[in-house]
Design a protein around this ligand. Structure first.
Ligand code: SF4
Ligand code: SF4
Length: 479
């Protein structure tokens, strides 16, 4: 290259990919997973769940205004966020487990980007035709009536899917039927419209246009997953020792040339949503969707060769297979120390969450001693300490809670603004009650520096009880 030559461009224009239709067991599995995941996403906000008159009847609801998360019979309060953290840890460990066993199955089958892109490609195929028809339309420079009609129809359907996607998202944050009515009558909160508009736009762009570029350039997961894979991980690969030299026998072939099983029909490349050729070896772009397996198996059947030229396989089997031995049993690849460790961790977190859920009580209290002043000396010489007690009634109805103490018998408990020791806490509420504990002048606690005290709360309706330990300051504590 001479000095006068222009520097080569580092930019390559994006070439859209038009995957061909394919059928086979992996494609069917992807259809099934798409139907289930989209069904769950779109329909869940409409499932009703009766929790009583005081609580929302939506099965899954993120009630940000009241700081509650409802999931069927479970209600998570803000201080129980560890349940959500535990579920996120389980999701992460599950991802590690599946990646180490089966490569990028998350990317290939269940990632929202994959699922919505698959849906958008399906719509595109219905409207514009299969790969060759779409390629012709793409290469047609002139925008005639037919091209405009097909393009507009496709974009309108994509936008409707985007709208349904954004709409379904906001329904998780408010009562779905009420919010739908408000959205249609223009009375919903601007945040709902804004969120829907953003999600409609991103779904339209990511599923319709960005597609594989999100996986290749924007998502960090392809870079991270390599750390979880090893030579025993099952991933999509090409049996190059069986397929090469590729091509159909021709008269022009060198004498004695024996072709491999690959007839170089390009079916595996044409169905690939990432636009790659798996025969070039493992590539970061491959999401292991296995559509190339379906395409190649179909070709192999038609030419009377064994299936599996492209297959789920492990690197550790390659040497065996090259030597003519069969691959190891699939369970030997899946059950190995790394996957067993991930399963054990995943199960431990799950069991811990189940245990925490099982021992969870419908009533709770927290006690905050008021230490300014440390104590008060009353006119008769008795000593009084003040506490702010937060009572939580997690049930769907008001409950009478009785407060009591366990300490020196002479000590008395009094509630500010309440006659007696019973307070009614409204349904699904956290209620702050100021509490006084008084020790008579002659009691030991009145002269001691600090005496341990236990504050009890009992639900008079069902007898459930809870307590918190605190301390009582006497004259020994000074002021
Ligand atoms: S190479 Fe095969 S498995 Fe990988 S993305 Fe393409 S079609 Fe899917
Ligand atoms: S589909 Fe199979 S036979 Fe056709 S090019 Fe791909 S690997 Fe070769």
């Amino acid at each position: 290259m001479s000095d006068s030559d222009p520097a080569p461009s580092l930019y390559a224009a994006h070439e859209p990919i038009f995957p061909r239709r394919v059928s086979g067991p992996f494609r069917n599995l992807k259809w099934y997973i798409m139907a289930v995941t989209l069904g769950i996403y779109y329909l869940t906000p409409w499932i009703r769940w009766d929790r009583g008159p005081a609580l929302p009847d939506q099965a899954v609801l993120l009630d940000l205004a009241n700081r509650r998360f409802y999931f069927f019979w479970i209600e998570i309060w803000p201080h129980e966020f560890y349940f959500v953290a535990g579920l996120l840890i389980m999701a992460g460990l599950g991802l590690f487990l599946f990646t180490s066993a089966l490569g990028r199955v998350w990317c290939g089958y269940t990632c929202p980007q994959t699922v919505w892109t698959d849906l958008f490609i399906l719509v595109e195929r219905w409207i514009e035709g299969d790969r060759n028809a779409r390629l012709r339309l793409h290469r047609q420079k002139k925008l005639d009536f037919r091209k405009a009609r097909l393009r507009v129809t496709k974009w309108v359907v994509w936008l409707l899917i985007g709208l349904a996607t954004g709409g379904a998202w906001v329904f998780y944050f408010a009562d779905a039927p009420t919010l739908l009515r408000d959205l249609l009558t223009g009375q919903a909160h601007p945040v709902a419209y804004t969120t829907m508009a953003i999600l409609t736009g991103t779904t339209f762009l990511f599923g319709g246009f960005a597609r594989e570029q999100i996986c290749i350039y924007a998502c960090p997961w392809p870079r991270i997953q390599a750390a979880m894979m090893d030579e025993d991980t099952l991933t999509v690969g090409y049996r190059e020792w069986r397929g090469e030299p590729r091509g159909k026998p021709r008269k022009t072939d060198e004498p004695g040339l024996v072709h491999g099983d690959c007839i170089d029909c390009m079916a595996c490349v044409n169905v690939c949503p990432m636009g790659i050729d798996i025969r070039d070896g493992q590539q970061m772009e491959c999401i292991t969707c296995a559509l190339c397996i379906d395409a190649c198996d179909d070709v192999m059947e038609r030419i009377g060769k064994p299936r599996g030229l492209i297959d789920y396989m492990a690197l550790s089997d390659e040497a065996n297979e090259r030597a003519g031995h069969p691959p190891q049993n699939i369970w030997k690849h899946i059950l190995r120390p790394r996957t067993i460790l991930y399963t054990a961790l995943w199960g431990s977190v799950g069991l811990a969450l189940l245990f925490a859920l099982f021992i969870r009580s419908d009533i709770e209290l927290t006690v905050a001693p008021v230490r300014n002043p440390t104590f008060v000396t009353l006119s008769d010489g008795s000593i009084r300490n003040t506490y702010d007690v937060r009572l939580r009634n997690k049930t769907g109805e008001p409950r009478p809670f009785e407060l009591s103490i366990k300490g020196e018998p002479a000590m008395q408990l009094e509630l500010e603004g309440v006659d007696g020791t019973i307070v009614t806490v409204p349904a699904d509420t956290s209620f702050l009650q100021r509490v006084y504990i008084v020790a008579p002048k002659t009691a030991e606690a009145a002269s001691a520096r600090s005496t341990p005290v236990r504050i009890w709360v009992a639900d008079l309706d069902n007898g459930e009880r809870a307590y918190k330990d605190t301390s009582f300051n006497g004259r020994g504590a000074g002021q």
